[in-house]
Ligand binder design. Sequence first.
Ligand code: NCD
Length: 369
Amino acid sequence: MPTLDAEVEAPPAMDSSHRIAALNRNDKPFHVVLAQQFDRTTIEQLCQLADMIRTVGASRQGTQFLLTLLSHRRAMLYFIQPSTRTFLSFTAACQVLGMPYNSVRDRSTSSEVKGESEDDTIRVLSQYFDLIIMRHPAEGFAEHVAHILNDMPRTIPVINGGSGKDQHPTQALLDIYTLFRAFADPETTRIERRYMRNVFSGKTIAFVGDLKRGRTVRSLTYLLCRYPGVRLLFISPPELRIGEDILQYIGRHSVEYEIADDLPSRIGECDAVYMTRLQDEHDVAGESKSIDYYRYALTCEMAKDFKPGLAILHPLPRRHELDQRLDSLPQAKYWAQVRNGMWMRAALIAAIFNVDVAIRDHYHAYYNF
Ligand code: NCD
């Protein structure tokens, strides 16, 4: 069993292709646990599907069509770590697809207080629901849940909505969707596959802040490694550098990267900047109190150096590392990023339940202008 809030653990005693095989069906993600499950084709198909859902969902007739798709399935949101955006965007995504859902957000209301193991709680949930979406403080727990579910006579999928410090794959999907849209030709209303192939080529994407403990950074880096030609810049205090395991992964995928620790002198070369807050809930003994995190804040004073096409992203919640006065700039993409999350999560759930084909057919029948 994984330990609560442990250091990022070495993967279980399986190599990564076996880990991914245990999570996929027919080479497609069934359980969504690791960002490494998503290849370029799957990422780009999901982005297109998210675009189709938002277009279809803009009309009453389209909304009513979407509502029929999963009205015969039920989702459980098992979120026992704090969440606003991920929880609400998953509930909104379920609502878009007409999928009823229920939630457990506090262990003190579950039979775990009577001594039931968490594994048994998961087994029970699998009998009532058709999908488990979960957020958990322990690294590796979502993967462990996938294995529990694989061993049940009735196997249902699990989606990882954030597991300790290690992964947050659905955030990474909505982040890359936001990057595609931010870099899109303003004349293009839809994301074209053709265009997606080269969009990251020659682009510098900077990650800033607590890169050691930020799971969104880890997951998005895995996805960006599918795009050779991108350049990754990791700007953090020396104490909060990105993990060696991620750097090794990047190295294996021949993606160019650089480690830096000064934001103001580097902002001018960035095409996208991904800001993150200090993840001090993971401190063991208040060690991050001694870090001058103000040096890793994006401020109005830096705006003079921004490229006109810069995309500023933040998974939120933010603290002082992202100046509110930047919100009105065209470069600020973080509110769009929140909304993109709802469409992307709807696309992901639709793909897991194989109703993506119906959405594509509907889209092409009514909106393919
Ligand atoms: C992030 C998370 O939970 O990892 N938030 C989110 O899901 N949008 C980032 C964070 O908490 O800093």
